[in-house]
Design a protein around this ligand. Structure first.
Ligand code: CO
Ligand code: CO
Ligand code: CO
Length: 347
């Protein structure tokens, strides 16, 4: 390997390379005319869902999504794997099967070693193979700041789409990966993590949501989303809003990566995490013992996070055991209540 460049240090000033925050995005979208109604558009922009779903015929709908970002780890192969797992995840979160993908590449081709880009693409390609997805092309631009991601297309039966709407009072909430990813990756940039800790968070991000999704599809799942840029609380608020329910999360049950609390106390909290928190704080009540650090951790911006699944109460323990038997790091983290629609309470 010829790579001695720290990929995460190549971010240009003036932006964080992270997702544009929900508040800013809302303001932009409000400036646009409403999207033209198309009866075949089953899931579009307005519900804050993971991917768009477009009906082709009575048995098949297309699931389309795209995601890209600046390097969050220094190892290019690992970055490629993570970007691919993250992009494909939105198809799984809709209950779909991913089929094809296109690479999106921005790379300083004259100043960085070409083998770095080759390693990024190889990481992505290996993940696509693992997911059974075929690469059909891509597009690249010469750019000072490296960015990588993919557009992914899948299919789903129109009657079996999972959205963030549909969670029912009584449902249990299952999360299939630990959180704390934003704080951990910020800590990589600040050189606060050991090699083992970097490997651990990289592996969590590079894990496909394939097994979790395929397993979930055998149970009475009422709603699903994947936990990514808006954080656990942000995605839970979306689910509560679209499902017209309250969600209660038990902090103690939420799986969190090692040392996240300590790293957060040392200030390794990404700007995106604080934006997330400010955007949802009016919709969330926290138990008294949960301080500001705990609250930020629960709102921490995630890359390539797990599925957040609302499953029928009677089936929750069985689904959990099924997931855990297949080495999915799943936990029951809360439940759905009638309560105050669109709100979250954390105990
Ligand atoms: Co998503
Ligand atoms: Co996405
Ligand atoms: Co969804």
């Amino acid at each position: 390997m010829t790579n001695s460049v720290k990929l995460t240090s190549l971010t240009t000033k003036g932006g964080c390379g992270c997702k544009i925050g929900p508040a800013d995005l809302d303001q932009v979208l409000k400036m646009l005319p409403p999207v033209q109604a198309d009866p075949n558009l089953l899931v579009g922009l307005e519900t804050g869902d993971d991917a768009g779903v477009y009906k082709l015929n009575e048995t098949t709908a297309l699931v389309q999504t795209l995601d890209f970002f600046t390097p969050i780890v220094d190892d290019p192969y690992s970055f490629g794997q993570i970007a691919a797992a993250n992009a494909i995840s939105d198809v799984y979160a809709m209950g779909g099967t991913p089929i094809t993908a296109l690479n999106i590449v921005a790379f300083p081709i004259s100043s960085l070693d070409k083998s770095i880009l080759a390693d990024i693409l190889r990481g992505a390609s290996d993940k696509l193979t693992e997911a059974g997805v075929t690469l059909v092309g891509g597009h690249s631009i010469d750019d000072q700041e490296p960015k990588f991601g993919l557009a992914v297309t899948g299919t789903v039966h129109p009657d079996h789409i999972k959205t963030n709407a549909g969670a029912k009072p009584g449902d249990r909430l299952i999360l299939t990966k630990p959180i704390g990813v934003g704080i951990s990756t910020t800590s990589i940039k600040r050189e606060l993590l050991t090699k083992e800790e970097i490997d651990r968070v990289s592996k969590v991000m590079a894990t496909l949501n394939k097994t979790a999704a395929e397993t979930m599809n055998n149970y009475q799942v009422h709603a699903c989303t994947d936990v990514t840029g808006f954080g656990l609380l942000g995605h839970a608020v979306e689910m509560a809003k679209e499902s017209n329910v309250e969600i209660r999360i038990t902090k103690e049950q939420v799986p969190i990566l090692p040392r996240v609390r300590e790293l957060a106390e040392h200030g390794a909290i990404p700007g995106g995490t604080k934006n997330n928190f400010n955007h949802i704080k009016d919709k969330v009540t926290f138990a008294e013992q949960l301080d500001q650090i705990d609250q930020w951790i629960l709102a921490d911006a995630v890359t390539s996070g797990g599925l957040l699944i609302a499953v029928d109460k009677e089936q929750a323990d069985k689904l959990l055991a099924d997931l855990q038997n297949q080495k999915v790091e799943a936990a029951i983290i809360g439940e759905v209540t009638e309560g105050k629609a669109g709100f979250i309470s954390v105990v």
